[in-house]
Write a protein that binds this ligand. Structure first.
Ligand SMILES: CC(C)(COP(=O)(O)OP(=O)(O)OC[C@H]1O[C@@H](n2cnc3c(N)ncnc32)[C@H](O)[C@@H]1OP(=O)(O)O)[C@@H](O)C(=O)NCCC(=O)NCCS
Length: 140
C-alpha cells in the first residue's frame, strides 16, 4: 500500500470529486453537489480524505466526527483501481482520525443491495445492526 498517498480534499477539486463519485460511488446522496461538499470542507477541513496513486485520484472517503459518533460516507474507488488496497488504506486513515479524536465506534451506511460494499465492510470488521432502521427527513 506504500504507493497510495492519503490526503485531505481541497475546495478547488470539488467539481472533480463530484465527477469522480458519479463514476465510482454507489448511488447518490442528497449532499452530492458543490454546495454540499463546500459546506463539509468548511465545517471540517479534515473530513474528506482522498487517496492518490501516481498523482491521480484513486478513491475517497468522508470520515465525519460530530463529537459524538463517527460516520463514514462516500467510500468510493476508481473502478480501474479496485482490489488493490485503496479502500483499505482510506479506511485505515479514517479510523486513525476517529481514534485520534476520541471516537469510540465507526459506522457506515450500506445499501442492502450493494453486495460489493457489504463484502468490503464485512471484511473490514463491520457488521449490520438489523435492529435499527434509519429514519430521515429532508430539511428545507
Ligand atoms: C467497495 C469498494 C470501496 C472497495 O474498494 P477496493 O479498493 O477495491 O477495496 P480493497 O482493495 O481495499 O479491498 C479490501 C478488502 O475488501 C474485500 N473486497 C473488496 N472488493 C471485493 C470484492 N469485489 N469481492 C469480495 N471482497 C472484496 C476483500 O476482503 C478485500 O481484501 P482482499 O483483497 O485482501 O481480499 C469499491 O469496490 C467501490 O468503490 N465500490 C463502489 C462504491 C461502493 O460500493 N462503496 C461502498 C459504499 S457502502
Amino acid at each position: 500500500m506504500s504507493d497510495i498517498e492519503i490526503r485531505t480534499a481541497v475546495p478547488d477539486e470539488i467539481p472533480a470529486l463530484l465527477d469522480f463519485w458519479a463514476r465510482a460511488a454507489e448511488g447518490t446522496s442528497i449532499t452530492d453537489d458543490a454546495a454540499g461538499v463546500t459546506a463539509l470542507i468548511a465545517r471540517d477541513p479534515d473530513a474528506l480524505l482522498v487517496a492518490e496513486r501516481d498523482g491521480a485520484v484513486a478513491g475517497t472517503v468522508i470520515a465525519g466526527f460530530d463529537g459524538w459518533r463517527c460516520h463514514l460516507y462516500r467510500l468510493a474507488v476508481d473502478p480501474q483501481q479496485r482490489r488493490r488496497g485503496v479502500a483499505a488504506a482510506l479506511l485505515a486513515a479514517a479510523e486513525a482520525r476517529f481514534e485520534a479524536l476520541g471516537g469510540r465506534r465507526a459506522d457506515a451506511m450500506v445499501l442492502d443491495r450493494n453486495e460489493l460494499g457489504r463484502q468490503f465492510w464485512q471484511g473490514a470488521g463491520y457488521h449490520p445492526q438489523e435492529q435499527w432502521t434509519r429514519w430521515a427527513k429532508p430539511l428545507d
